[in-house]
Design a protein around this ligand. Sequence first.
Ligand code: FES
Length: 144
Amino acid sequence: MSEISETNQQRRTFLGILLGGVVAVLGAVFAWPVFRFLAPREGAGEGDQVRVPKKEIQVGGAHFFSFQGRPAVLLQPRAGDYVALSAVCTHLGCIVKWVNDKGEFLCPCHGGRFSAAGQVLGGPPPKPLETYSLKIEDTDLLVG
Ligand code: FES
């Protein structure tokens, strides 16, 4: 009787350790994406700047790039006139697209429209696209 009880106890201990391991692995699997979402993004430091050659931005065209880990866009609405904006829609955070023939941004999620300067032209966005500081250095543009 004592031998059976001891075997049962060993089995319970083994199953407890096994269950604990499975719970730990599942916890890590579900916690990792949450951690990655909440953790600061790479390159999100205050002093980070992005250098883009001017030749990458056509007059009337848009050049999308990543700034501080987030989508951004550079425009040259008129020759020698540059604008740096966030490409994240201010409604619910979708990435806007540049519509070249209309000269405006369109958000594909709910139809929000923004001017080349980032001002709201229509749709649900509550405020303009965020504007980034921009410096011209010889053949390059410095964003940030
Ligand atoms: S997320 Fe852009 S209009 Fe809704």
